[in-house]
Every structure is written in structure tokens, then in C-alpha cells.
Design a protein around this ligand. Structure first.
Ligand code: FAD
Ligand code: MLT
Ligand code: ZN
Length: 464
């Protein structure tokens, strides 16, 4: 290990490594503070060639490498294990916007670019990059692609995967695989880049990407809509999609309890309604120059009893306040304390059934637990989180947690859904992959892992 560490220091130079406890500490704790790791060194290369040299050195030494972007992941995928034998590879210094091609509606970026800087670069060129999530000020595009991130605009633009035209990846043996093409159409053989999107650092290290850009969607109208039952949100969405077609950019469901946590923990956040409502939908609609379009659609939905109240933001400041409440949910939930996170998806047509059966099941399995539900209901992805009551002994808490989690995941599977919709599998959800993706699917995943990483040095212990 000592020889390897010296070799790595030479590769990255004095500004590119850290071994101090203080320098490492933020990189060894998972975002929610539930998992801690160890490492002898964190290396932060600033070129793809240096990433390749690091992987060659680690492959020669048979030492594992854990890639880390912004370390905002929710499944402890970016943190090394407790052995102290894994090298931490930070992509944060590989952060250049390489090229914006406005005519081709594409942008080529290093993997370590913070998501917000990619959005800004697109905007500066008069274009739009739609991936957007609460962590956008610190997560990196490489991490977004490695987790196939979702966020608030999937309904209209798809997940991170749908935004990728080309990828540059360093393989476990240090080979640089470059498919940084910027083509919409390309049927020349297998689409290799897809293998690495969503692979969470277990098949290769993403060093750059060519991403799709879109025309600026223009003026946006934002509404906060109150509904009586969570299932009403699904009917409301179907109704609004009829009247607004693909103008709906985002459609987020949030329970009153969740907004209560935001009001409690995040300064300056307050719901604009006087009356209490059990559920809310926060939505953005591209007006296409017709300022009244959202109000007219909501009035018509109200006529069909699909909503109980609605507030349309009068200006950008009001809209920003509402979205700040939505984007603060993760932070508010973290401050409230540990909850069981279930990042699930079901076909939208079965969402109402999931919500009803989920409620009944929770009441049976854990009657004193609190449901903390919110999410991207427009694309079928809900964060169906559960807070167990205080005062349980550790073993009792673990058993109750497992009962609830398996109950929810079984229901999701029965409805044709996924136990992991947008946060990835990482370390925390690894045990469930086998249960819910068994048979030929997991068999082929294992074969791919063995082919691309025969010595198991890329993020071992995660995903598979
Ligand atoms: P990290 O956490 O650093 O890494 C995540 C995984 O990817 C790890 O397995 C890591 O090894 C691997 N990895 C990172 N970089 C690379 C690379 N260059 N090459 C190969 N592997 C790599 N997620 C959503 O999908 N939707 C949301 O709406 C959303 N909202 C969030 C809100 C908040 C407040 C927070 C804290 C998180 C949220 N997340 C959300 C989760 C998280 O932001 C995303 O998963 C994000 O894509 C992770 O990016 P990152 O750069 O922080 O990756
Ligand atoms: C969100 O939608 O806010 C995120 O995925 C983060 C979370 O689940 O806490
Ligand atoms: Zn989410």
C-alpha cells in the first residue's frame, strides 16, 4: 500500500491528494450521516489521463477505488468501506466545461462539473439543460450520470440517461473508452455508454460527457395546489395533461406533514395557505406566452372536484419561495432524524392503488409509525419514507424497519414497480437487488461486472 500511495501522489501532484483527517472527514461520511468509511488517501486528478494512471496503478496493486462526485448520494455509494484499504477518487478537480455547441444543442463537460454550472453554461449559450434537483449546487454531473439521477423535470425530459449523447469512461485497467459523440442517431453496434449510466462507479469511472440541450422553455407559471387525498393528485395530473399537454415541466406531490418539517427546520419557509390541507402538488407549467393558461386549466380541474385550493405564484420571487420549500425537504428530513427511505416507482396508472394499499399496510405493520411521503408523482416516483416511533430498542427498531421496508418493496414489486427509482442502490439497498431483480437479470449484471472489473476493484461492496 505504501508504494501505491507514493505512486498515486506522483501522478496527481502536490495539489491533488489529501491524507489529513480534517481534509478527508467530509468525504468519508455519507450525506445523511448514517455511514462512515476510511481511506488512506483521497486523490483528485484534474485530467482524464491522470484518472487512467490512477486506475492502472490500483489495478497493478490490486487495490479498490471508490469514485466520489459531490457526495450527495442517498445510498452510501460514494463512501469507502471501513477497512481503510480503499482509495478514494474525487472527480472535483476535473471540472471544465469543454465545449458548448449551441447549433447542435449539446454541451461537452468534465465529470466533476457541478450540475448548477452545467445549467448556467447552457443558459449563457441561450439553451436549457433540464436536469434539476435539490442538491444541484453541490452534486456533480458525473455523479448524476453514475446514479442515473431523476429530479423534478423527468416528466418532460426523462432521467439523466435520456440527456446523454456521449460518454468518456476510464475502465478498471486504465483503458480510456471515449464515445464522446454528439449524435442523436447512431446505430453503429452496441450503445456502450448505457452500461455506465446508473452503474454507480462499479463498472468504470466517468470522466466526461456530451449532454443534450433544449430550447429555453420560456416563461414558467408555478402553482401550489391543495388536494384532499394523495390519489387525487394522480387524477389531477391526468386531467391537466389533457388540457396542458406537454407544457407541464414538473408535478411534485408533498404531504402536509413533510411541509410541516420544512417549516420547522428551514428558516423563512411557510406555506402560503391559511387553511390546512393534507396534501399539496407543486407544479411548473411552460406558459408558451399565454399567462392565463395555468389558471384556466386549474379552474376547469376545480370544476371537476379534483382540487380544493390553489395559489399561482404572482412573480419569480414567489415561485422561488415555493420551490425553495420543495428543494429543502431532504435537508428538513435529515434534521428531523433518521427515517426509513423508500425511493420507489410504480406505473402512474397504479400509483393510486399503491398509495391506498400502502397506507393500509403501514397501519397494520407499524401503526405508530409516521408516513413522510413526497416525490415526483408526475413520473411515478415517490419517496415513501417512514419514521418509526421513538423509544424502540435497537434490535426492535431494526426488525420493525425491515418488516416495513420489505412490505413496501413487495407491494411495489406486485404493482410492477421498482424499489430503487432514482437514488441508485449503493451500499444501503444492495441486499434488495437480489430479491427484486433475481434470475436472468441479476445473472447478466454479474457477468458484466466480472467482464469489466474482473478483479473487483471498482467500488466493491456496492450495488452487486
Ligand atoms: P456521489 O454521491 O458522489 O456518488 C454517487 C454514486 O456515483 C457513488 O456510487 C459514486 O461512487 C458514483 N460516482 C460519482 N461520480 C462518479 C464518476 N464520475 N464516475 C463513476 N462513478 C461515480 N437524486 C435524484 O435522483 N433526484 C433528486 O431529486 C434528488 N434530490 C436530492 C436532494 C438533496 C438535498 C440531496 C442531498 C440529494 C438528492 N438526490 C437526488 C441524490 C443525489 O443528489 C443524486 O444521487 C446525485 O446524482 C449524486 O451526485 P453526486 O455527484 O453527489 O454523487
Ligand atoms: C428529493 O426528491 O427531494 C430527493 O430525491 C431527496 C430525498 O429523497 O430526500
Ligand atoms: Zn427525489
Amino acid at each position: 500500500m505504501t508504494d501505491l500511495i507514493e505512486r498515486l501522489k506522483t501522478v496527481v501532484g502536490p495539489a491533488g491528494w489529501t491524507t489529513s483527517a480534517g481534509g478527508l472527514e467530509p468525504h468519508l461520511t455519507e450525506w445523511r450521516g448514517v455511514v462512515f468509511g476510511k481511506t488512506p488517501i483521497m486523490v483528485a486528478p484534474d485530467t482524464t489521463e491522470k484518472v487512467a494512471q490512477i486506475l492502472r496503478a490500483c489495478a497493478d496493486a490490486g487495490v479498490a477505488v471508490v469514485a466520489q462526485g459531490g457526495n450527495t448520494g442517498m445510498c452510501a455509494g460514494a463512501v469507502p468501506d471501513e477497512s481503510g484499504d480503499q482509495i478514494l477518487l474525487s472527480l472535483s478537480r476535473l471540472n471544465r466545461i469543454r465545449n458548448v455547441d449551441a447549433i447542435n444543442f449539446s454541451i461537452e463537460v468534465d465529470a466533476g462539473c457541478v450540475l448548477e454550472s452545467v445549467q448556467d453554461a447552457a443558459r449563457d449559450a441561450g439553451r436549457y439543460f433540464p436536469l434539476s434537483l435539490g442538491a444541484e449546487g453541490s452534486c456533480q454531473i458525473g455523479g448524476n450520470l453514475a446514479t442515473n439521477a431523476g429530479g423534478i423535470n423527468v416528466l418532460r425530459y426523462g432521467t439523466a440517461r435520456a440527456l446523454v449523447l456521449g460518454l468518456e469512461v476510464v475502465l478498471a485497467d486504465g483503458t480510456v473508452l471515449s464515445s464522446l459523440r454528439s449524435l442523436r442517431k447512431d446505430t453503429a453496434g452496441y450503445d456502450l455508454k448505457q452500461l455506465f449510466i446508473g452503474s454507480e462507479g462499479t463498472l468504470g469511472i466517468i470522466t466526461a460527457a456530451t449532454l443534450r440541450l433544449f430550447p429555453d422553455p420560456g416563461e414558467m407559471a408555478t402553482a401550489l395546489v391543495a388536494v384532499q387525498r394523495s390519489g387525487d393528485a394522480v387524477c389531477l395530473l391526468a386531467n391537466l395533461r389533457h388540457s396542458l399537454a406537454d407544457r407541464i415541466e414538473s408535478f411534485e406531490l408533498v404531504s402536509a406533514r413533510i411541509f410541516g418539517l420544512v417549516e420547522k427546520h428551514i428558516a423563512g419557509c411557510a406555506l402560503p395557505f391559511v387553511e390546512h390541507h393534507p396534501w399539496y402538488v407543486l407544479m411548473d407549467v411552460a406558459t408558451g406566452g399565454d399567462a392565463e393558461v395555468l389558471e384556466a386549466a386549474l379552474m376547469s380541474a376545480a370544476g371537476e372536484d379534483l382540487l380544493s385550493d390553489a395559489i399561482i405564484a404572482k412573480n419569480a420571487g414567489e415561485a422561488e419561495k415555493l420551490w425553495r420549500m420543495r428543494h429543502s425537504i431532504g435537508e428538513a428530513e435529515r434534521q428531523e432524524g433518521a427515517s426509513l427511505k423508500h425511493d420507489i416507482s410504480v406505473p402512474i396508472s397504479r400509483m393510486q392503488e399503491f398509495l391506498e394499499r400502502g397506507d393500509n399496510m403501514l397501519q397494520k405493520l407499524a401503526p405508530d409509525a409516521l408516513l413522510l411521503a413526497f416525490g415526483h408523482v408526475g413520473d411515478g416516483n415517490l419517496h415513501y419514507n417512514v419514521q418509526l416511533p421513538d423509544g424502540l430498542a435497537d434490535a426492535e427498531r431494526a426488525a420493525a424497519g425491515e418488516r416495513v421496508t420489505v412490505g413496501i418493496y413487495d407491494l411495489v414489486a406486485e404493482l410492477g414497480g421498482s424499489f430503487s427509482a432514482e437514488h441508485g442502490v449503493g451500499r444501503l439497498k444492495k441486499p434488495y437487488l437480489e430479491r427484486y431483480r433475481g434470475g436472468a437479470e441479476i445473472g447478466l449484471m454479474r457477468q458484466l461486472k466480472a467482464l469489466l472489473d474482473p478483479d473487483n476493484i471498482l467500488n466493491p461492496g456496492k450495488v452487486i
